[in-house]
Design a protein around this ligand. Structure first.
Ligand code: SF4
Ligand code: ZN
Length: 318
């Protein structure tokens, strides 16, 4: 198998692009796909300061590395979720990546802020762990972007993540989420601009990139990921992709071409269009909120109540 770009020996085959690449040309391919996503969706301007949300997984660490290689000013942000060995290992990879590349990093601990881990949140809210985890991440990401003065928040969601999210939202006709199923959301007062520069690259392409660039990342799966419906949607889409290469890309980008027609207000982060909170701020933490007390502060309250109900003064060790 020869590289389609230079005819050297190819190491990766990309049926969806009808291509195969050698390591050097694959590297150029990845950088050009990220550059194209950034340009097409006007994600990052040359003078932007980008806060990169890094979980310790391959996508977010590779994203941080790529944005640095492309010359953007970046700061990493890691939220320690307090999920036992998985979180310890994830944090270790993020911290060693930052020190190896001499990049600024902000780390915060969910346990210190909520008095509990993602597991405690799931117990208190009686909802799947991913639900409280997602809410907490959105809160911390936005707050840290504003505190660090970053103009853009970048996350490592890839094509598979975005296509499976779209698939799940379509299956249930979640209009409010479909309207936000885009790789770029603009800033408004109190909410940072959010972008997903890996949206043109698949999970497999990102794993190959991390391998070829020798980026160590956490191999353990989050113990809660077995519950994630997202995995089922990914599996189903991968089966379709195997039978018909390029379908995932056509599905997601076909939707993005039509999103403004389907959802004319999709770039407005507030789905209600009006604040229920008097000044648009949470009365407890001061962050942007559509209700008098924001959903994160309400979540903290529920965890505290649950701990008190069970006679636990301290969160349980993980
Ligand atoms: Fe959080 Fe769920 Fe992802 Fe685990 S699988 S890190 S609980 S969103
Ligand atoms: Zn709050």
């Amino acid at each position: 198998m020869k590289c389609r770009a230079c005819t050297k020996k190819a190491v990766i085959k990309l049926p969806s692009h009808n291509s195969a690449f050698c390591p050097e040309c694959f590297d150029r391919f990845v950088l050009s796909q990220v550059g194209r996503a950034i340009d097409e969706h006007k994600m990052i301007a040359p003078d932007d300061h980008v806060l990169v949300a890094v979980s310790g997984g391959k996508d977010s660490l590779a994203l941080w590395e790529i944005l640095t290689r492309l010359g953007y000013k970046t700061t990493g942000f890691h939220l320690d979720l307090g999920i036992g060995d998985y979180s310890r290992e994830s944090r270790g990879h993020v911290e060693s990546f930052a020190s190896r590349h001499q990049l600024p990093l902000v780390v915060e601990s969910l346990r210190e802020e909520v008095d509990g881990s993602v597991t405690d949140i799931a117990r208190a809210t009686r909802r799947p762990a991913c639900s409280g985890c997602g809410l907490s991440k959105r809160y911390f990401f936005n707050r840290t972007a504003l505190r660090t003065g970053a103009s853009v928040l970048a996350t490592g969601h890839n094509l598979d993540d975005e296509a499976s999210r779209l698939f799940g939202n379509l299956l249930h006709w979640h209009d409010e989420y479909l309207a936000k199923n885009r790789p770029d959301l603009p800033a408004i007062e109190g909410l940072s601009k959010k972008v997903k520069p890996l949206v043109r690259l698949t999970e497999k392409e990102m794993a190959s990139y991390a391998f070829l660039r020798k980026i160590p990342y956490v191999l353990k799966e989050c113990p809660h990921s077995v519950d994630a419906k997202q995995l089922l949607y990914k599996k189903l889409l991968n089966e379709v992709e195997m039978a018909s290469p390029g379908t995932k890309h056509a599905f997601l980008f076909g939707f993005l071409e039509r999103i403004d027609r389907f959802y004319p207000d999709s770039e407005t982060p507030d789905p209600e269009g009006a604040f229920l909170s008097p000044d648009g701020r949470c009365e407890r933490c001061g962050e942007i909120s559509w209700t008098p007390v924001c959903s994160f502060c309400r979540l903290k309250e529920r965890v505290r109540e649950e701990l008190a109900r069970n006679g636990e003064k301290e969160p349980r060790p993980t």
